[in-house]
Design a protein around this ligand. Sequence first.
Ligand code: UDP
Length: 230
Amino acid sequence: MSEMIREDGRKYNELRPIKIEAGVLERADGSAYLEVGGNKILVAVYGPRESYIRRLLEPNTGVIRCRYNMAPFSVDDRKRPGPDRRSSEISKITADALRPALMLENYPRSMVDVYIEVIEAEGGTRCAGITAASVALVDAGVPMKDIVVGCAAGKVNDEVVLDLSEVEDKEGQADVPIAMMPRTGEITLLQSDGDLSEEEFQKAIDLAMEGCKKVSELQKEALMKRYSTE
Ligand code: UDP
């Protein structure tokens, strides 16, 4: 593989520095704070609980609802407050990525609410949001088959590389964010934006899965730390 050094000095298969903390909010049932590169993300989880939005409840299973939101000050150009197409899409794919890990069939007529607040954004926020949300779900005590983890790979300067920064995302040729359940290897999110050959696409998925496995260890460490000091 290539010896190319990236604009921020990383190797092709190197993640940005990551910090994860579980249980950072008092009022939420579960919470997490995550930094990866220049991203700062806070997640609060409530539930499973009865919801006042009765039309969303299902008689035979619990439901998960996610809200991904970028703060107006999270990017250089002020982000217009409120939902837009992009945040609605990310909210939906986040719920879809997390749902397979949750044992919601045990909670009929209940709702799990996941609030993802991007305080600073620097590329790869959807994957970082999923990674943090999963830690917050465990912290909330929601029964799960596995801790879902997200990571992206992409193509920059004709090379397949791991965990694109914002500059790489904007100047690069492709971005492939994935989420997976590391225990089984089941992929719960796969998106692809840009141009990749079949071979490059496979390489990107393999690299992103490798990245997921590394991040997964940090999720577990954060949870161990949270529960070993209490
Ligand atoms: N971004 C921005 N303004 C916006 C939306 C995104 O500056 O309104 C930046 C932000 O750093 C984000 C990056 O562009 O992380 C890439 O956005 P994308 O839609 O690819 O999603 P992400 O990579 O964050 O999952």
